[in-house]
Design a binder for this molecule. Sequence first.
Ligand code: UDP
Ligand code: MG
Length: 318
Amino acid sequence: MNIFVSILIPAFNESINIPIIYQELTKELTKRNENYEILFVDDGSIDNTLEQIQKLASSYPEVKYLSFTRNFGKEPAIYAGLQHTQGDAVIIMDADLQHPTYLIHPLIDGFKEGFNQVIAQRNRNGESFLRSRMSRLYYFIAKKLVEVDLEDGQGDFRLLSRRAVETVLKMGERYRFSKGLFCWIGYDKKVVKYDNHIRGKGKSKWTVNKLIDHGIDGVASFNHKPLRLCLYTGFITLFLAILYIFFIFGGVLINGISVPGYFTTISSVLFLGGVQLVSLGIIGEYVGRIYHETKQRPLYITKDTNIVGKNVLKFKTK
Ligand code: UDP
Ligand code: MG
């Protein structure tokens, strides 16, 4: 059975990698007898990523592209890509060659076996000690807070069936955390494991700040457990405070009022102040999200594309 596969590649400042990933992908794709398209989403790159893609597109009809007016982020790029792919199955992969192209075979085979999601799971070989520890800690906490089953090493690199793609597209939220959405939609999944690869060329676009932001998005876009946590902390502190007041009051009844108490006063003020600020911050996170969601702005703005309506040209390998 021949299928139509779309390869979706978000790219931000990846000019060196574009021709390489195209070559590597076609090398693998031509080993199979499938129809395919390769859709690059240029996420407002400031190097000549777009020119590189356009060069490919002018020579190879299977290369499609979509270019944003500015850098909107990888999540909007994935969303836009999913909206514009036509395949029976869509494989999402990075432009930086960290996602080995030979894995398209087990991914497509998994789809043919009938799975709606085939996930490529990496280990953390070669990653810096700090980053891998931080990620482990994050997944440990996130698993407790988020109701979906986030697995370490299972990122955006995966194959989604058309059905799964349509389901993901129904979720038009602004703060996107695709990894979580992919888990949330469920469906039958298959996991393919592979060894982590260090980045080919160019720099990682993730700064520590962006990673932390992404982590907070992950937890906050899935449930309101952190708000619940504020409530519990509030209850516990209140309960302890009442106990303490009784205790002090007993002391006053027995011994009369004594002046010292600076330490207890200052520590309770500081502690409660801290708890309140954290709680306000958490509430703020959610209010901010409501604010952004209600504005209903588009997730991205297209500057240029070679996709004309829904009439795409299918390209055959053999
Ligand atoms: N990317 C993007 N927009 C961004 C940041 C990244 O489209 O704002 C793309 C990037 O070009 C790459 C993929 O997302 O294809 C993963 O980015 P990166 O390699 O920087 O992330 P890491 O592998 O370090 O998680
Ligand atoms: Mg990378």
